[in-house]
Design a protein around this ligand. Structure first.
Ligand SMILES: Cc1cc2nc3c(=O)[nH]c(=O)nc-3n(C[C@H](O)[C@H](O)[C@H](O)COP(=O)(O)OP(=O)(O)OC[C@H]3O[C@@H](n4cnc5c(N)ncnc54)[C@H](O)[C@@H]3O)c2cc1C
Ligand SMILES: NC(=O)c1ccc[n+]([C@@H]2O[C@H](COP(=O)([O-])OP(=O)(O)OC[C@H]3O[C@@H](n4cnc5c(N)ncnc54)[C@H](OP(=O)(O)O)[C@@H]3O)[C@@H](O)[C@H]2O)c1
Length: 476
């Protein structure tokens, strides 16, 4: 078992193209790529060449012999993925090169500078002669790769080195501190470029519609605050009470629960905002309860992030037996959570994972919930049905973490239900020379690298139209 993919996998799939024996899956052309929690190396076929290690932008791939004790579980996760045979060609299908009509002078404006924007620029700049002008509203680039990824996820943050390399191309001009729709209009961009690609992300969050919700804060705000986002630097969070509740149990919920409970000294030396580190040093929080409305099996966090939480020094992860027992033995989370059972008498801070609870009201000092039972929906998923049972959890701080949400882009159509811009393979419906990529295109889901194949699809649509002569602008 020579190489193993570990926690910081960003699914950009660079490793799958670098691998000479096609032993890393799923690849972007395979149906399970978009639902997989990470990529996995087949331990039998790996030839130990290390090409994937060099290709990975976030240092997620390690040699088996260098795994730490906490990371050794990833060796099993990688191997388990190949327990069922996976028919596949000996070599991964090459990505078809972009074919552009000769005399290309393609000029593209990209709005935003997060992962989706950077991958789109990288793809466009494979075309000789093409130029990109990128507009970012903040004075620092890279979107959530800079202002979302948790400060203790240093390996993931290294993806920004790859973005720095893309940025060094002299054919890319990055204009910081400029908000499209305020400082420059869509029409102005169209007048000087063949096409405009919006990669503006999902800058707000879903809100709970329950009494007292206005007294809670969102994980979106808390994350932006500890990461030094200029719009959130003056926020204050009540860390003076021993209990906090996080509503929702996706990876963002685990990020905020971990940051609230881990030793702040482990964050010193990262690029966490200084004011946030000071506040966390003074924090009185002892226990964070992360609450899911469905059962343990429906937890939205990924296995890799659960392993990361369970191996955080000084933090105990606690789950009631009834929830643990509801996990089938085949679910890797069952073993991880059983292995994390705290020592008797532990004085560590605690993250409690609780389930089958929907919030009904937020009062001063507590959150009220109704207990749910699970019922199968016609599509095979599990939905919740409220019971008559109520439950309350004390909380000085309540963070809602129920997903991010896109906001309308001035002049572009907007679908309220999915909070995305309606598009066909990235081409904005009903508009000419206008494209979307990333979270504003497909909704707030997926890893940093998921935006790479997303951006490639958008750029392919754009180039097809350019080649067909349909991007008739007045480029400068
Ligand atoms: C808290 C959090 C932690 C995460 N951690 C990880 C992780 O550890 N690993 C991982 O693989 N994935 C992680 N993800 C997922 C990953 O960050 C996203 O998949 C990715 O950032 C989405 O990219 P995007 O470019 O679509 O949006 P964003 O990253 O949000 O980028 C959008 C950019 O557009 C700019 N912008 C918006 N409007 C305008 C405008 N009008 N004019 C100019 N600029 C504008 C914004 O300022 C921003 O820079 C995390 C997500 C969150 C929310
Ligand atoms: N380290 C990483 O790789 C990393 C870190 C952070 C984020 N990300 C990615 O970024 C994306 C966004 O993450 P996220 O955590 O914000 O979202 P998410 O994964 O979609 O999780 C949202 C959570 O909110 C719950 N929820 C939604 N509406 C609710 C309601 N009305 N009441 C109660 N609960 C509700 C969901 O429960 P249901 O399941 O029941 O709907 C789910 O538990 C994800 O794809 C994530 O993997 C990755």
């Amino acid at each position: 078992m020579p190489h193993v993919v570990t926690q910081s996998c960003c699914s950009d799939a660079s490793c799958t193209y670098a691998c000479p024996v096609n032993c890393i899956h799923p690849t972007p052309d395979e149906p399970d790529f978009h639902t997989a929690e990470m990529l996995y190396i087949d331990p039998v076929d790996c030839v130990d060449c290390g090409a994937c290690v060099s290709a990975c932008p976030v240092d997620a791939i390690k040699h088996y012999s260098t795994l730490t004790a906490q990371e050794s579980v990833f060796a099993d996760l990688n191997a388990d993925f190949y327990r069922e045979p996976r028919p596949r060609p000996l070599l991964a299908p090459p990505v078809p090169a972009l074919q552009v009509r000769s005399g290309a002078d393609l000029r593209v404006a990209i709005v935003g500078s997060g992962p989706a924007a950077m991958y789109a620029a990288d793809e466009i700049l494979t075309i000789p002669g093409a130029r990109v002008r990128m507009y970012e509203r903040l004075s620092e680039p890279y979107g959530l790769a800079r202002f979302g990824v948790a400060p203790d996820h240093q390996r993931t943050r290294r993806v920004t080195r790859q973005f720095d390399t893309i940025r060094e191309d002299p054919r890319l001009e990055l204009i910081l501190g400029t908000q499209v729709g305020v400082d420059v209009t869509h029409e102005e961009l169209l007048a000087s470029h063949h096409a405009v690609v919006y990669a503006v992300g999902a800058s707000t969050d879903r809100r709970l519609d329950i009494p007292g919700a206005e007294s809670s804060c969102s994980a979106t705000e808390f994350v932006a605050w500890y990461n030094g986002h200029p719009d959130f630097a003056d926020r204050a969070f009540d860390l003076s009470q021993p209990n906090a509740v996080v509503i929702g149990n996706g990876n963002v919920a685990l990020d905020v629960a971990r940051i609230l409970t881990m030793d702040p000294e482990a964050l010193a030396g990262t690029d966490i905002a200084g004011y946030a580190l000071d506040a966390l040093r003074r924090s009185k929080i002892e226990e964070v309860t992360v609450v899911g409305r469905r059962g343990a099996e429906q937890s939205a966090f990924t296995v890799g992030e659960l392993i990361g939480l369970c191996s955080t020094p000084g933090v105990d992860v606690v789950v009631a037996d009834e929830h643990l027992d509801s996990l089938p033995d085949s679910d890797p989370r069952a073993d991880i959570l059983r292995g994390a059972t705290p020592r008797a008498g532990s004085r560590n801070r605690r993250v409690v994972l609780d389930y089958l609870l929907s919030p009904t009201a937020i009062d001063a000092g507590s959150v009220r919930f109704v207990r749910n039972e699970l019922v199968p929906a016609p599509d095979g998923s599990m939905r919740v049905k409220p019971t008559a049972d109520e439950h309350a959890i004390d909380a000085g701080l309540v963070l809602t973490s129920i997903g991010y949400r896109g906001v309308p882009v001035p002049g572009l159509p907007f679908d309220e239900a999915s909070a995305t811009v309606p598009n066909t393979s990235g081409r904005v419906q009903g508009m000419r020379r206008t494209y979307v990529t990333g979270w504003i295109k497909r909704g707030a889901n997926g890893f940093i690298g998921t935006n790479k194949s997303c951006a490639q699809e958008t750029v392919r649509s754009l180039v097809d139209e350019y080649n067909a002569g349909r991007l008739l602008g007045a480029p400068v």
